[in-house]
Ligand binder design. Sequence first.
Ligand SMILES: *Cc1c(COP(=O)(O)O)cnc(C)c1O
Length: 361
Amino acid sequence: MSRAHNFSAGPAAIPLPALERAQAELLDFGGSGMSVMELSHRSKEFAGVHEEAKALVHELLGVSDDYAVLFLQGGASLQFAMLPMNFLAKGESADYVNTGSWSKKAISEAKRFGAVNVVATTADSNFNHVPAIADLKFDPNAKYAHVTSNNTIFGTQFHEFPDTGSVPLVSDMSSDIMSRPLDVNKFGMIYAGAQKNLGPSGVTLVIIRKDWAEKAASDLPTMLDYRTHIEGDSMYNTPPTFGIYMLRNVLAWVKDEGGVEAMAKLAQERAAKVYGVIDGSGGYYKGHAQGDSRSLMNITFNLAGEDLEKKFVAEAAKENLVQLKGHRSVGGIRTSIYNACTMDTIDTLVAFMKDFQAKNG
Ligand SMILES: *Cc1c(COP(=O)(O)O)cnc(C)c1O
């Protein structure tokens, strides 16, 4: 078997040990004679998985008991709507920073419920950077402030977060959660679809301050009310059990590898190698993201014209380097190098990029 060097933006590569663990346990989970998919979500075996998954989120990110750790469905995209549905009403306003496609989607959902104050946007430069934190003027009367921590499509990332005082800060961290240490206490809520850095698609991690959730609107559909999931411990209805199980496997691996500090160090090393080739290519590879806005998770670049970019993708595939085509809004190449991306994969990519330039320069 030859595993691909997988640069997919999401669903993305999963650490091999987490997959192997699932393989080993697939037919008989913990001596139950059943796979984890076949167990009741209320069984003691599954309860153990769920408790471990929650405990790992608390431990790895240093999440205090002031927060609930929820495993929901509907992806990050449902959170775009659920957040304002719970916390924003007509006549009220929320702050949003617009740093690209995902922020825009979050903004358009919020506008269905109340007013949106776009604190800053980098649309004029096709989102090739994130605004400087110091320049962001948040509204002290906003119901909350929302930022996208890593812009998966454009390849930019906030390397620090604003202090919004008593206004709850909310972040979509779908594409960089667990890649670095975080001060969770700065946030009212953090959410992330699992399929980039946490496991398979179908489960969404939500970390929310319990006392903030108490202030949510009172007339919400049951499934769209955060309190339902806090009170039900993500078990009001059948949760995505296999997704939670895989997320447990991935987080157990993160812990084994040394936690988020180790993930951050590896992310720095991986990104430095790829940006090093871009910067050393004499303009052959043109990075989209500028300066210190560069993402450590998604690296976007262009070559001189679409034909050459197509050739790059095709030749790379012959070396088992796959899913490198950029998103249509930036074009070119995107290498998504999340926690599961090994240094061997990076070294193979970097060697290929140098070789491709030498042959096609
Ligand atoms: C992938 C992604 C989303 C969309 O997630 P779904 O789970 O598909 O809804 C939202 N935000 C960011 C930053 C993403 O990378």
